[in-house]
Design a protein around this ligand. Structure first.
Ligand SMILES: NC(=O)c1ccc[n+]([C@@H]2O[C@H](COP(=O)([O-])OP(=O)(O)OC[C@H]3O[C@@H](n4cnc5c(N)ncnc54)[C@H](O)[C@@H]3O)[C@@H](O)[C@H]2O)c1
Length: 453
């Protein structure tokens, strides 16, 4: 059964803004799914801690935030503006269906070169996966030996909760967070079992097929009062039962699906077209990738989950209902092709058919030779630090969904009835204004008339 979380006894600091507990002690990062993304993230954190490399792409580590007027010249680093956990205080654990420690898993993923990996080998080798909660029916192209057995799904959830408590004790962490870096599961639609904590718990004991493994992790984490961020497009915490549990136990949630390669480009380009009122006739996106994620997505069930996540972006940004002449009739297709020689180095092609003045057509081609996990790792780091901030913040911890973290996701979760904000630049403004608000700083509207008084 879900238990109420006891508030952590950490010293509080209050400026003019919200009450935020300082990040004292270690932060335990728990990762279901220790594959390419998770190992690239953890190896990267260790490399940065050792001074071997820089945390490029991470807003929490490299980003600044403007405060006050443009003439004030106040732009501190974000990590100096809000009290975030230090990288030195991060400790890690995780679960995977394979027994490989994080060094072996990273070497197999082939994202980072041997030289870099060699320098963080002792640390990575020390992190071994716990037995996973897994069911082949939800990820058809995957099978592995490192799996928990239990009499029903509730029993499996209890085993995960025991793992969480054990990690907290042995690691000495004062706080924990969970971030799903596991595979994309087959497409599931919200059903009766997802509508309340009570219905969900009953369904767990009845082994209801509408409960996927990722939901069992989320239930276990939230029941322990631990926040949960969802890096995959799986439904997981985007159901009323999890919203309820999150609010009840002051355990923030956010998701879904890290916004990295092609969708990142889409949410950069599409707002530009709309800003200039250029029409869209069609957008064809295709990818080749050869990592395990690609293999999993080769299954139609898992692909459908990913496709839904990728497709929603344009509709929301372009608002066809407001601009029928420009966006009322565009074709949007997304393809993902598993092509082993590419490994993690995905290639994403986009053919974009736009039209301008008097309807004259034009084309844009984007060929993004990207590295999936290199793009995802800094997102994982920022989410870990920001969701921990949320759990230490009186104003945020009890609200459930952290919509201000939409910046990081392909399908941002929102309160029921709200449409998600996909435009990357609005998302960034929302995130930074949230931080300003928390610290009692003026929000920046970019009005700027005061400079011309
Ligand atoms: N890399 C990116 O750019 C990116 C972007 C958006 C989303 N994602 C998502 O992030 C996730 C991870 O991507 P990746 O490239 O690291 O994939 P990966 O296949 O390398 O790693 C996923 C790991 O999860 C494990 N796993 C699967 N089900 C599990 C379960 N129930 N419990 C514990 N472990 C489980 C697998 O064994 C595997 O090791 C995928 O869902 C992917 O779709 C990645």
């Amino acid at each position: 059964m879900a238990t109420q979380r006891k508030p952590a006894k950490i010293e509080s600091k209050r400026q003019n803004g919200s009450e935020i507990q300082l990040p004292k002690g270690k932060l335990g990062v728990m990762i279901p799914g220790m594959g390419a993304v998770a190992t690239t993230f953890v190896a990267g954190v260790e490399a940065v801690r050792k001074g071997i490399a820089k945390p490029i792409g991470s807003l929490t580590q490299m980003g600044t935030i403007r405060l006050g007027k443009r003439t004030d010249a106040r732009s501190p680093k974000i990590k100096e503006f809000v009290p975030l956990a230090s990288l030195d205080d991060l400790v890690f654990t995780g679960w995977d269906i394979f027994e490989d420690d994080m060094y072996t898993a990273a070497a197999k993923a082939g994202v980072l070169d041997r030289e870099l990996l060699g320098q963080v080998k002792p640390f990575l080798s020390s992190i071994k996966p716990r037995k996973a909660v897994f069911d082949h029916n939800y990820v058809k192209n995957l099978d592995g030996p490192n799996i928990k057995k239990g009499k029903n799904k509730m029993d499996l959830a209890e085993q995960l909760r025991a793992d969480i408590r054990e990690f907290k004790k042995t690691s000495g962490a004062t706080r924990l967070i969970t971030i799903w870096c596991g595979s994309t599961e087959t497409f599931i639609e919200p059903s009766a079992a997802h509508q309340s904590v009570k219905a969900f718990e009953k369904a767990l004991t009845q082994n209801d097929e509408n409960i996927a493994p990722s939901m069992i992790y989320a239930y276990a984490a939230l029941s322990e009062g631990v926040p949960f961020a969802n890096g995959a497009p799986n439904l997981t915490v985007d159901i009323p039962a999890m919203h309820e549990l999150s609010r009840k136990n002051n355990a923030p949630i956010c998701g879904k699906d890290f916004k990295t390669g092609q969708t990142l480009m889409k949410t950069i380009l599409a707002p530009g077209f709309k800003a200039r009122l250029l029409g869209l006739a069609g957008w064809f996106s295709t990818n080749i990738l050869g990592n395990r994620d690609g293999e999993v997505l080769d299954d139609p069930g898992s692909f459908k989950t990913k496709e839904e996540s990728k497709l929603s972006v344009l509709e929301h940004i372009l608002q066809p209902e407001l601009y029928p002449d420009l966006y009322g009739n565009f074709t949007h297709k997304v393809r993902i092709n598993y092509y082993p020689p590419r490994g993690d180095n995905k290639e994403g092609w986009d053919n974009i058919d736009i039209f301008g003045w008097l309807g004259y057509p034009m084309q844009i081609k984007v060929d993004f030779l990207c590295r999936d996990s290199i793009l995802a790792a800094p997102i994982v780091l920022d989410l870990v630090l920001f969701i921990d901030l949320a759990q230490r913040c009186a104003e945020l911890r009890g609200i459930g969904i952290q919509e201000w973290l939409s910046f990081y996701f392909k399908s941002p979760m929102t309160a029921p009835g709200l449409y998600p904000e996909h435009d990357l630049f609005i998302q960034l403004m929302k995130l930074k204004n949230t931080l300003r608000h928390l610290r009692g700083e003026e929000l920046i509207t970019h009005l700027g008339l005061e400079y011309y008084d």
